[in-house]
Design a protein around this ligand. Structure first.
Ligand code: ATP
Length: 316
């Protein structure tokens, strides 16, 4: 089986150590933590021992190096991450509010992530991919969408598969070109990984049952709906499986959806039952939220087994 490959942004996150509002006064920060939804996803794939690669770009700077070293250490092929001497690796400053909300300052404008391109290295990695994971957050970058749409038919033609985590801000769907891009990926998706309102946004149906039916009719093979601390539900043509989440103290929610999706996908490719895939994925998501830093809580199978054995599950 070929590698799981994803395309998209790599950045660092720097986090306030105190709860509060915004960055208008001086405060103590921790980081830089490796981040970016595609990077978190692929790091989790690597940790599980599955062949993994990412197509991306970073600056020739310490923020880029901190990411590349982490991904390599966790088994990810970074040969298709371009190092741009003329652009910086992006950064995001985050502070959690007492009510659970978050304030961000993004330094992403003109960052290296906006310069992701179909380099020879990117094309080599994509030509060997057994599975492409598409992240909605990267699709507005024309070169990313170009690589995604060119790779999907090639991957399918050699028997590979596609997963899609929409991971969007609602505004992206208001733009007609953005909406068309999302719909074209959805039409080729084997495994769809929405959370919250994304299910209704993509199906056009407010009712959960109808939304699922519409997506299955459109050709999606499997849908896994992420439900935060309530766990997750799996849907395919043969029916529905619900799995309650694990009971943990949430310290930092960033990265849960990405580690969840990566773990479900790898477990599925190892032919585990739907129940086992959901249990492992819930465990990966739950472990992520107990640790500060988006990628600091990614897990090996040994860590997931130990966590599952030691952690209570919530009410179904
Ligand atoms: P994000 O965008 O924050 O990465 P998401 O919205 O894509 O996440 P969530 O449903 O928030 O996805 O989280 C993904 C999975 O992680 C959940 O389905 C669940 O298994 C696990 N999870 C998330 N939050 C918690 C929590 N507080 N307690 C236990 N498990 C959690």
């Amino acid at each position: 089986e070929g590698k799981i490959v994803t395309i998209g942004e790599i950045l660092v996150e720097i986090m306030a150590t105190t709860l509060g509002h915004g960055f208008l006064e001086a405060q103590t920060l921790i980081g830089p933590f490796p981040s970016g939804a595609p990077a978190i996803f692929i790091d989790q794939v690597g940790k599980l021992g599955h062949p993994a690669a990412i197509v991306s770009a970073v600056g020739d700077d310490d923020f880029g190096t901190v990411n590349l070293e982490r991904l390599k250490q966790d088994g990810v092929d970074v040969s298709a991450v371009a190092i741009h001497p003329g652009a910086a690796t992006g950064s995001a400053f985050v502070r959690y509010r007492p009510d659970g909300g978050r304030d961000f300052v993004f330094n992403m404008r003109d960052s290296a992530a906006g310069r992701i391109a179909a380099t020879p290295e990117a094309q080599a990695v994509l030509a060997e991919a057994g599975h492409l994971h598409v992240m909605g957050s990267g699709l507005p970058v024309p070169a990313v969408f170009g690589m995604v749409s060119a790779s999907i038919p090639a991957i399918k033609a050699r028997g590979g598969t596609v997963s899609f985590d929409p991971n969007i801000r609602v505004e992206m769907l208001r733009d007609p070109a953005g909406k068309a891009a999302f719909q074209s990926v959805l039409a080729a998706t084997d495994l769809f990984l929405p959370s919250g309102e994304e299910l209704s946004l993509f199906s056009g149906e407010a009712d959960e049952g109808r939304a699922i039916a519409a997506l299955l009719d459109a050709g999606v093979q499997e849908i896994v709906l992420k439900r935060g601390k309530a766990g997750a539900s799996h849907f395919d043509r043969s029916g529905r499986t619900d799995m309650p989440g694990f009971v943990v103290e949430e310290i930092d929610p960033t990265g849960a959806g990405d580690s969840f999706g990566a773990t479900f996908l790898v477990a599925r490719r190892l032919d585990k039952s739907v129940e086992d895939c959901l249990r492992y994925a819930n465990a990966a998501g739950a472990r992520t939220v107990t640790v500060k830093g988006p990628m600091e809580g990614t897990s090996s199978f040994a860590e997931l087994d130990a966590f599952i054995a030691a952690t209570p599950v919530g009410a179904a």
